[in-house]
Design a protein around this ligand. Structure first.
Ligand code: IPE
Ligand code: IPE
Ligand code: MG
Length: 252
């Protein structure tokens, strides 16, 4: 195992700097066991901890986890309530261990609709870990790309009206700064568990050149080896970014 980590990190370029995961399949995991859907969500917390620590060991710098989408409010209130209690439960159980591992917790999404107890737990975790220098664990909570883009446009228009922004200066980098992930590199690898082949309104701007990896494994069953398998597959992909060789461009 240690040998494996060494081997992977010896070629640091092949380790995705930013991994984003659509953690899907909790409900079906539970249904398969004749359990209520929420027990799948509860089980999911263990996977988050497992995958976070393994990502850190592999040398991943940023791990973004899609925890709740702007569309998930459509679910029955009892399930939404349960989901909104999970951040608090996760942090109560695992924050100490995350801190021991130097993990930095962040959150990305529209926080206006998040219940106070959820916000309190998340803000405390963000505050307590803000000086940590290890893996950035970024939770996408009440996140949706369309809402993110609408907010970015609104904010830009306001800044133009307030004469803080010259419309002529708007370019791709500037627009990226108005998104919810301004300080993070775009994901290199996107993993979706649970078998669906879609993005479900997740990081549409940021995923423009991300390598996509889909697995049928339900999120509660996803383990360290599954993550390593995805990273191995990533290492075999050739990224061209529209050129013939890679990011820097070929005409140098
Ligand atoms: C993912 O699992 C968790 C959230 C979307 C919050 P699901 O709850 O979507 O599980 P399935 O897709 O119904 O199995
Ligand atoms: C995507 O899963 C959202 C999260 C994992 C938080 P969904 O289960 O909500 O996606 P759809 O409805 O199948 O597209
Ligand atoms: Mg689902």
């Amino acid at each position: 195992m240690a040998e494996y980590h060494k081997q992977l990190s010896s070629d640091a370029q092949k380790i995705p700097e930013h991994v984003a995961i659509i953690m899907d399949g909790n409900g079906r995991w539970a249904q398969k066991r004749s359990l209520p859907r929420v027990s799948g969500h509860r089980e999911a917390l263990k996977t988050i901890k497992r995958v976070t620590l393994e990502a850190q060991r592999l040398g991943v710098k940023v791990l973004t986890l899609y925890a709740f989408s702007t569309e998930n409010w459509k679910r029955p209130k009892s399930e939404v309530d349960f989901l909104m209690k999970l951040p608090q439960q996760f942090l109560n159980t695992y924050l100490v261990e995350l801190i021991e591992n130097n993990v930095q917790v962040r959150v990305m999404g529209d926080m206006t609709r998040i219940p106070q107890y959820t916000m309190r737990a998340v803000s405390q975790a963000v505050e307590q870990t803000k000086s940590n220098t290890g893996l950035i664990l970024n939770f996408a909570l009440n996140y949706g790309s369309h809402s993110e883009i609408v907010s970015a446009v609104k904010k830009m228009v306001q800044d133009v009206q307030a004469r803080k922004l010259d419309p002529e200066s708007i370019d791709e980098d500037l627009l990226a700064d108005y998104m919810l992930s301004p300080a993070l590199p775009d994901p290199d690898l996107l993993i979706r568990t649970g078998g669906e082949l879609r993005l479900s309104n997740f990081m549409l701007w940021q995923l423009a050149y991300t390598e996509l990896y889909f697995t049928d494994t339900f999120w509660p069953d996803f383990n360290e080896e599954d993550l390593r398998k995805a990273v191995r597959e990533f290492a075999c992909r050739q990224r061209r970014f529209g050129g013939l060789n890679g990011k820097g461009g070929d005409n140098k």
